[in-house]
Design a protein. Structure first.
Length: 305
């Protein structure tokens, strides 16, 4: 997001993270030859393979963020973006156009990326029908586990020893992200099958993550009630960095666009429209009744970090 957010950008921020995550997800979902050997010998299906779960649910799900899309849609619709001079829409009704612009841009780009990933996979597997052996799979899983544990320890050490710098937001994000990804995984395993044709686990993860993000954004950006200046509720930089880390890490990993798009692709047409519309509108309503209500009654300002 930092790389793709700059002055003058046409489309920036999380849209490119979602694009990359959905393209990789499309590749993983479409792949079949990659898992043929190990699945036939050890696993019931490729969906049970640790590498498949790690790439799809783990990497792609964490790389993309549904809650950030909804928050961006609200900030554009309500004209309350942080760190920028807000424009004056001709009327408040123009916020509806901004909401639709954000949703259509993100959803259209993500669906396009998902299909590009599928097409790339088809082309590669046609030319190079390679399959992971059980030995290669074990080595890859073991290596991923080792790198993950070491990286997490490094993050904890950096947080404990390096107390200054804007990069602390990144380390706090890395600290909280695994818990969000694990929670989303268990929701998908245990809750998704409850309602046929409606992935309730992903729906619950996206709604709850969006609600938490809205509340934490309120805490970080909210003005002090009754104050006449721009004083924030949170004035301590470290506290702001921790909360922002939960925003980007936990909420970003708990909510997912890549899995959301993959589920839309797998559902029947009527089911997909129902699932997509309910997910987006319900999440947006949660942001409106929390962050929106505070903005209109008290006000928002830029965070201290």
């Amino acid at each position: 997001m930092e790389l793709t957010t700059y002055s003058g950008t046409f489309l920036g921020g999380v849209i490119w993270a979602n694009f990359g995550a959905c393209m990789i997800m499309g590749f993983v979902v479409q792949s079949s030859h990659l898992w043929k050997l190990s699945v036939s010998l050890k696993y019931a299906s490729k969906a049970k393979h640790p590498l498949y779960i790690g790439l799809g649910t783990g990497f792609c799900g964490t790389f993309s963020s549904f809650s950030t899309v909804i928050l961006e849609a609200f900030e554009k619709a309500a004209n309350v973006e942080a760190g920028s001079t807000n424009y004056h829409y001709p009327t408040a009704g123009y916020g509806i156009m901004e909401f639709l612009a954000v949703i259509l841009a993100h959803l259209g780009t993500s669906i396009l990326a998902f299909n590009i990933g599928k097409h790339i996979c088809e082309a590669i597997e046609y030319q190079y029908p390679y399959s992971f052996s059980t030995t290669i799979s074990k080595i890859a899983v073991g290596l991923a586990q080792a790198v993950g544990i070491i990286a997490y320890i490094v993050v904890i050490v950096l947080i404990a020893t390096k107390r200054d710098g804007d990069w602390r937001v990144w380390t706090f994000s890395c600290l909280f992200a695994p818990s969000g990804a694990i929670l989303r995984y268990f929701l998908s395993i245990h809750v998704n099958p409850m309602v046929k044709g409606f992935p309730m686990g992903t729906f619950a993860a996206n709604l709850s993550g969006t609600l938490v993000l809205a509340i934490l954004t309120l805490v970080v950006r909210g003005k002090v009630p009754g104050s006449t200046d721009e004083s924030q509720l949170i004035t301590n930089v470290l506290h702001c960095q921790v909360i922002t880390g939960v925003d980007d890490g936990f909420c970003g990993a708990l909510t997912t666009v890549s899995t959301f798009v993959s589920e839309l692709d797998s559902l029947k047409t009527k089911q997909a429209y129902k699932y997509g519309a309910l997910s987006i509108l319900s999440s947006f309503c949660l942001v409106v009744v929390t962050l929106g209500a505070y903005n209109w009654s008290v006000g928002l300002t830029d965070p201290v970090c």
